[in-house]
Write a protein that binds this ligand. Structure first.
Ligand code: DX5
Ligand code: ZN
Length: 216
């Protein structure tokens, strides 16, 4: 089963109600919410009050992707606001396993699911020690920061390597892929073993319901 997670970074906020109603009529199960702090990535997006508004306006699962320098602080802020999955980057904690494991434990301790992510230039092997620790791995298939970029093909090898290890380890972790996803790249990611597809510009550019359907 593939989970489609539209990235609300690309939602047209001047048409919020119409676009939310299309999302609710589509096969999307999650909302992907990109938090950027202007430091970890050169862009600035949403604070917790906007997540609270999505919680009121939608029943969809709230998948929060933290692209911030201080995930230890912001994880609490966004869990308080209603996040159901918190994904943070190993780079933000300098790949330090003590800090990574402590943050995983803190998030799980609040009954929220936890994901771990790597940027395109970080080797996928960095994720391997956490194969049985997290609910999801997020492979970034563009440099994080902006929607509308092209898919980096080497991401497929990362997904395959992770899929092999997850299956060997009898882990139930999901593999999410984020960046440059359309019906073509989405299908390649599914073949490589991904089960959650994030898509922003592709879903919101025209017919939302048809675009979600084409990723399914
Ligand atoms: C990029 C974000 C993505 C972004 C994807 O830093 O993490 O979630 O919205 O946008 P598209 O699908 O347009 O590449
Ligand atoms: Zn994202």
């Amino acid at each position: 089963m593939t989970i489609i997670a539209p990235s609300v970074l690309s939602l047209d906020y001047s048409k919020f109600e119409n676009q939310m109603s299309d999302l609710h009529a589509s096969k999307a199960q999650w909302l992907h919410f990109d938090v950027m702090d202007g430091h970890f990535v050169p862009n600035l997006t949403f604070g917790p009050d906007i997540l609270k508004a999505f919680r009121k306006a939608s029943h969809l699962f709230l998948d929060v992707h933290l692209m911030v320098e201080d995930p230890e602080f912001f994880s609490d802020v966004f869990m308080d606001a209603g996040a159901q999955m918190i994904t943070f980057h190993t780079e933000a904690l300098n790949h330090d396993s003590t800090h990574i494991l402590a943050l995983i434990k803190k998030i799980k301790g609040r009954g929220v699911q936890v994901g771990l992510s790597v940027k395109p230039k970080t080797p996928v092997e960095i994720l391997f020690p956490y194969i049985n620790e997290v609910d999801m791995f997020l492979i970034m298939s563009v440099e994080p920061g902006f929607g509308g970029q092209s898919f980096i093909p080497q991401s497929l090898e990362k997904i395959s390597a992770l899929r092999t290890l997850i299956d060997q380890s009898q882990s139930s972790a999901l593999i999410e892929v984020d960046g440059g996803i359309n019906s073509h790249t989405g299908s390649l990611c599914k073949q490589a073993g991904a089960n959650v597809l994030v898509a922003g510009s592709y879903i919101f550019k025209d017919d939302i319901i048809a675009a979600v359907e084409s990723l399914w």
